[in-house]
Design a protein around this ligand. Structure first.
Ligand SMILES: Cc1ncc(COP(=O)(O)O)c(C=O)c1O
Length: 491
């Protein structure tokens, strides 16, 4: 059985974090230099690594440096040898834990060597086994109603191309055919309509869909992501602000959702009148980066109907929710509908990025949806094996079980520390809780790390829990005990 050893050590990363959060980078660097000069190698590993990196990169977001060779399962090891229970997993991106034996075996298989060594430009020169590997991996978990998939590299790149697919689909629908006019061709080259049409995508306040230019226009979680970057005049609808636990506030929450849905329809009409019709609606099944905000299955089904009624494509961004962490492979499966979306994008736990889509959203000409890599076949190999492990070890059931224990534990702690904790919420292990203020949240995150638990924040003052699918009830209890100790220090 895995046993956690926690070494108490003041790490330089902690100092860095505290200093950075107070915008004292210069002072911080001076502290690093002084500490680096200390005899005896005290915290010098992290110190020197940061110093090396800071000379050519912004290091403001770095927590600490890791030893991935020594990391196993749910435990991440840092360069000082501290072993931490990882409840954040590289921003929700490690599906079956660190160094899973099934993945190591795959790497050791000589038949796979050429896939790892020769990364192809998939859009023009795919390997022989590419169709089979996609069938075995991504297509075996395709969302209901979708038989087509386009691989990409990261989440933003997937969403960016999904948006383009929606615009192309919408314009062809407007034209009634897919032959552009001479004017379309000439005007698109100088960024003018009708070749570059005034279409829009409706997104939600608090949503996060990435930081590339198109995605950023639909991201509204934190100003730091958007500041100084030009954007589009696209409609932004309110996302329901629900009260938790959801079961205790059904009437109030239904009213709040109805208000938001009404606003969505109003915005669609307004933007059509402005001459910027809404080609697509994009939404996360649970707003993650924006603060783990939930909405009911009925809200999503109604929104899907609104999209259909107004002729907009419906894009569900499952980059963070996809891959099993909610207890179902896709979070939208909780909505109980056979026709959840026109596009579903993914990345993170799926290892490769990409998006599934309905037949009609297939781009009609080569190079319209294209880039050099178009994904990475080695990630499809890994994904096929990850899916085998998920099935073989019944990991979705495991997530449901651990998720229940985690949420119940959070409810108990919330009752115990009402001055600190509120709004515990979750689906599967995709859970979160609010902290009384941002400063206390950050202090809790640091203290938890010093006690051997790695957590992440989201929204203004929430902590999000994003363990791997191999996070068992045993790990939940380990975590809850440590979290309890940390909270007691803040009482
Ligand atoms: C819902 C969602 N969409 C898109 C993205 C962007 O993905 P990436 O950071 O891989 O570009 C993220 C990343 O956190 C996300 O959570």
């Amino acid at each position: 059985m895995e046993k956690m050893t926690v070494t108490f050590q003041l790490s330089l990363a902690t100092i860095h974090h505290q200093f950075y959060s107070h915008s004292m980078i210069i002072v911080c660097v001076c502290v690093y230099v002084c500490l680096c000069l200390l005899p005896g190698g005290f915290i010098s590993t992290v110190c020197c690594l940061i110093l090396k990196l800071v000379s050519f990169q912004n290091v403001g977001a770095i927590n600490f440096f890791c030893n991935y060779e020594e990391s196993r399962g749910n435990y991440l090891v840092d360069v000082d040898g501290n072993r931490m229970l990882d409840v954040y997993t590289q921003i929700s991106s490690i599906p079956i834990g660190y160094n899973h034996p099934a993945l190591l075996k795959l790497m050791a298989n000589p038949n796979n060597l050429s896939t790892f060594v020769n990364r192809p430009a998939l859009g023009i020169l795919p390997p022989e086994n590419f169709p089979d590997k996609l069938t075995e991996s991504l297509l075996s978990v395709a969302p209901s109603g979708m038989t087509r998939v386009q691989t990409m590299a990261c989440g933003s790149c997937s969403n960016e191309n999904a948006y383009k697919a929606m615009f192309i689909w919408y314009r062809n629908k407007e034209r009634g055919h897919n032959i552009p006019s001479d004017e379309d061709i000439s005007t698109c080259m100088i960024n003018q309509a009708p070749g570059c049409p005034d279409l829009s995508i409706l997104s939600f306040m608090g949503g996060f869909h990435g930081r590339t230019m198109g995605c950023l226009a639909t991201t509204h979680s934190k100003a730091i992501h958007k500041l100084d970057v030009p954007s589009f005049d696209w409609p932004i609808a309110p996302f329901p602000r629900l009260q938790y636990p959801l079961e205790e506030f059904t009437r109030e929450n239904a009213q709040e959702e109805a208000r938001c849905l009404e606003e969505v329809e109003d915005l669609i009409v307004k933007w059509r009148q402005k001459g910027k019709p809404v080609a697509g609606i994009v939404i996360e099944p649970i707003q993650a980066e924006g603060g783990d905000n939930h909405a009911s299955p009925n809200f999503f089904r109604s929104l899907r109907n609104i999209a259909r009624k107004h002729g907009c494509a419906f894009h569900v961004d499952e980059v963070q929710t996809g891959g099993g962490c909610t207890g179902k492979f896709w979070a939208h499966e909780h909505w109980g509908t056979d026709d959840p979306a026109d596009i579903v994008s993914f990345s993170k736990k799926l290892l490769t990025g990409g998006y599934y889509h309905k037949d009609e959203l297939q781009a009609d000409k080569a190079y319209r949806i294209f880039n050099t890599w178009m994904g990475d076949p080695s990630k499809n190999l890994f994904l096929a094996e990850v899916l085998n492990v998920i099935r073989r070890e019944n990991l979705l059931e495991e997530v449901t079980r651990s998720g229940k224990a985690l949420l119940n534990g959070l409810y108990e702690l919330q009752a115990q520390y009402p001055g600190i904790l509120s709004r515990a919420r979750g689906q599967g292990t995709f859970c979160a809780i609010d902290i009384c203020d941002d400063a206390t949240r950050n202090s809790i995150l640091l203290k938890a790390r010093d006690k051997g638990v790695l957590l992440g924040g989201c929204g203004d003052r929430s902590i999000r829990f994003r363990p791997a699918l191999v996070f068992k009830e045993y790990h939940v209890h380990l975590f809850l005990n440590i979290f309890n100790d940390v909270l007691a220090q803040h009482k």
